[in-house]
Design a protein around this ligand. Structure first.
Ligand code: C2E
Ligand code: MG
Ligand code: MG
Ligand code: MG
Length: 292
């Protein structure tokens, strides 16, 4: 009796595992197919000078178009693409879309705006991929407009990124940005050994910054260290007027990116000549904001 019950639950367990494995295979298959069909597009989110509202740069954020036209955010597929070894192709597709659309991008955001592309930490440490990516960036003819965004994890000791790959990018004029800073494994002191042009403070520190003394302290520390190291600081995920007001009143942080200024925008939604965000009389929650 006991024996057969055990057998039964083992069988049920196998059925569940099998179903899970099948579901996973279906997701993998649809991701592979999406890459074959090039069913990806980018949304672009500006990095804004909080004093002048000028657009310093834009970040390309990849999106997947399902067969049925539904748009998927990268949270649902980027990790899987990394795991399946499909991310390199995806990154080349992102660069190809930017290159193809550069006139439209420039008309909307200004030809001076730099263009950030996200690279997963695992890609960043892969010499063969980064060599081909650097070559593709150089082949655009305007490599110095690009910025590669990587998380702190790319800078861990055993990664080839800082030692061998970063010089490749520097040689062709590509900028380096540390994404999501503050939530990875590196300590503040590790920053001293990192050579990057820009540091993006993770959204978790910016949310409700005006009412969170601990985040304020961390922000100040990151800011002064970055200043000393000559890195540009960007606040990520700025959503509210109160957060902006805090940054302006209590910090020297000059750039921010977030829904407050703009959500990521698709190329087809772009209107020419909006080189500043909220120019004229910007409003938030019914209030007028005076540019400092
Ligand atoms: P990330 O590079 O840190 O990008 C910022 C994410 O925060 C984006 O999500 C953006 O839409 C979102 N965001 C921006 N402002 C706000 C805000 O004010 N509030 C909130 N709640 N969210 C905001 P998204 O587009 O879903 O991308 C998620 C992550 O996927 C990115 O985080 C990046 O790590 C990764 N990713 C995106 N595109 C690529 C790509 O082409 N290649 C690789 N390897 N990763 C990518
Ligand atoms: Mg990023
Ligand atoms: Mg980020
Ligand atoms: Mg993030």
């Amino acid at each position: 009796r006991v024996k057969s019950a055990t057998k039964g639950s083992a069988a049920m367990f196998n059925v569940a595992m099998e179903r899970e494995a099948l579901e996973r295979m279906a997701i993998e298959q649809s991701l592979r197919q999406a890459i074959l069909d090039k069913r990806f597009c980018c949304a672009f989110q500006p990095k804004v000078d909080i004093r002048t509202r000028e657009i310093k740069g834009i970040e390309a954020l990849v999106r997947l178009r399902d067969d049925d036209g539904v748009i998927q955010a990268p949270g649902t597929f980027v990790d899987l693409a990394v795991e399946l070894g499909l991310i390199d192709e995806l990154t080349h597709l992102v660069l190809a879309e930017i290159t193809r659309s550069i006139d439209l991008i420039d008309a909307a955001f200004g030809a001076g705006a730099n263009i950030s592309i996200n690279v997963a930490a695992r890609q960043a440490g892969n010499f063969a991929f980064m060599q081909s990516f650097a070559a593709a960036l150089a082949a655009t003819g305007f490599p110095s407009r690009f910025v590669v965004e990587v998380t702190e994890d790319a800078f861990v000791a055993k990664s080839h990124f800082q030692g061998e790959i970063l010089p490749l990018l520097r040689k062709i004029g590509v900028g380096i940005s540390i994404d999501d800073f503050g939530i990875g494994y590196s300590s503040l002191s590790a920053l001293a050994d990192i050579t990057a042009d820009e540091i993006k403070i993770d959204r978790s520190f910016i949310t409700d910054i005006h009412k969170r003394p601990r985040s304020q302290g961390i922000l100040k520390a990151i800011e002064s260290l970055s200043e000393a190291l000559g890195m540009t600081v960007i606040a990520e995920g700025l959503e509210t007027f109160e957060e902006l007001a805090y940054l302006q009143a209590a910090t020297n942080i000059r750039y921010a990116q977030g829904y407050y200024f703009s959500k990521p925008i698709f190329l087809e939604e772009l209107k020419p000549a909006v080189h500043t965000i909220g120019s004229g009389r910007p409003r938030a929650a019914g209030r007028e904001i005076e540019p400092a």
